[in-house]
Design a protein around this ligand. Structure first.
Ligand code: PA5
Length: 447
């Protein structure tokens, strides 16, 4: 049984039921390609069966290591970028206390991140904090050669070795990388670090249910078995049928492609809970890298309401009409606070006193959705009853599967990312990397 619901009635008037259903045969083909591994990029479909086939020994080992790390560290640094970073952060922030960093009664290490930028100030500030904290770190890179995490790891490796000595530092470092190749694998073997494997057939942005996501999530104190269970429930549900009337992934893939055909080239993912910010970031990578190629694809954007109603709300209501919204709606908060009554009522808000803050948020959500639809912005609504490990597992697998379907319907390979190499080539040419002499010469003429 799954908890996620999808409602696309608020795309009526922008695309018809017939126009959506016209995608059925392309969705059927896409689903067959995913499940039978016959489509483009079929050597990267390891994520499809990950939830149902996950190894019990792997889960136990991740839990044991997470426990060891929480005994030795008050801060846990996760080094990685893109698919080797966003999934873990999305889940940890969604499940965490909103002010986890300030909580003194934390039972698990505070997870912080490095290697997702090349900011010197960020790194200097991080080192300053780590000088005075007990910490452990995990470096994650499938290729083992990505510049940002490699630079961060060089610096943090020196720091942790200086702080604890080489032998103790070695116990505090885990590497997650390819099973046999790449610079990080070689380094980990040479240094004797514990390692976990990123499976060959799972790309970065689909790797949250591998150790890439699961180890940091477990260290943060969350139940990775529940998350995998949620994903497995969704997998079972989606494998049953590709019918647009039955499968939420088929619905989402068909509706967004139908909207694209109507000129809706930007999808804005909306949430009303600040702790879902990184879930949107993860979703943006998943859909942006999977679909944005061959001069095609819906541009994935994100907003957090009601915060951004006071900034981006104007554009969404009245700007260029090439957008649609997908609202991730959470039915039940975990906590309970009411708007207090005020005897002077100077702000005129006594009419909502006694109501839960969530009720106000819900009315903001409903009112905004209707206003945006009236303003020419079709809305899709994805609902979860609450945020927990089980529902997040469902949601993650839903988005991944729908992304595979949607990419195939669009006619692209949803599992490669050739375009991300272009900036790297220029950066290496500008930095004078050996082997890039010709590129260095060419680029210097353009400056
Ligand atoms: O989705 C992807 O493939 C990318 O975002 C990668 O995950 C990212 O570039 C990091 O790569 P790596 O894990 O090889 O360091």
């Amino acid at each position: 049984m799954i908890h996620l619901k999808i409602d696309y009635t608020k795309v009526n008037g922008f695309v018809s039921e017939n126009e959506i259903n016209a995608f059925q045969s392309r969705i059927d083909t896409a689903q067959k390609e995913l499940l039978e591994e016959t489509g483009k990029g079929n050597d990267f479909l390891g994520w499809v069966n990950l939830p149902s086939e996950i190894d019990e020994n792997l889960l136990s080992s991740l839990e044991t290591d997470a426990h060891e790390i929480s005994k030795m560290a008050e801060v846990y640094v996760v080094i990685g970028i893109g698919g080797s970073y966003l999934g873990a952060r999305a889940v940890i922030e969604a499940l965490n206390h909103n002010f986890a960093a300030l909580k003194s009664d934390r039972k698990s290490p505070l997870v912080i991140y490095a290697g997702q930028n090349i900011s010197e100030d960020y790194m200097a500030d991080l080192l300053e904090i780590l000088d005075n904290k007990d910490y452990a770190l995990t470096v994650i890179s499938k290729s083992g050669t990505t510049t940002e995490p490699a630079v961060a790891f060089r610096i943090l490796k020196n720091h942790i070795e200086k702080k604890y000595g080489k032998a103790e530092a070695c116990k505090r470092i885990i590497a997650i990388t390819d099973k046999s190749k790449g610079a990080l694998k070689t380094l980990a073997d040479n240094e004797g670090y514990k390692t976990y494997v990123v499976p060959d057939n799972v790309g970065g942005r689909y790797s949250v249910l591998t150790p890439v996501g699961l180890l940091p999530i477990a260290v943060a104190g969350f139940n990775i078995r529940k998350m995998v269970e949620g994903a497995a429930n969704m997998q079972k549900q989606l494998e049953k049928s590709s019918s647009i009337s039955l499968s939420p992934a088929a619905q989402y893939a068909a509706v967004r492609n139908a909207l694209l055909e109507k000129g809706k080239t930007t999808e804005i993912m909306v949430n009303y809970q600040p702790n879902l910010y990184y879930l949107t970031e993860w979703w943006k990578q998943l859909y942006g890298e999977s679909e944005g190629k061959e001069n095609k694809g819906i541009f994935p954007a994100g907003v957090g309401f009601t915060t951004d109603l006071h900034s981006m709300g104007q554009y969404i209501q009245e700007g260029l009409r090439n957008i649609f919204e997908t609202v991730l709606s959470i039915e039940k908060p975990h906590k309970n606070i009411e708007v207090p009554v005020d005897k002077d009522d100077l702000d005129g808000l006594n009419f909502i006193s006694g109501k839960r803050i969530h009720e106000v948020n819900e009315k903001a959500e409903l009112g905004t959705m209707l206003a945006h639809v009236d303003g020419g912005v079709p809305n899709i609504k994805i609902t979860l009853p609450e945020i927990n490990e089980l529902t997040l597992g469902e949601l993650i697998y839903f988005y991944e599967f729908a992304c595979g379907l949607s990419g195939y319907v669009l006619g692209v390979n949803p599992f490669d990312q050739p375009g991300v190499e272009a900036y790297k080539k220029n950066m290496f040419a500008l930095l004078g990397k050996p082997g890039f002499e010709k590129e260095s010469e060419d680029i210097s003429k353009r400056l």
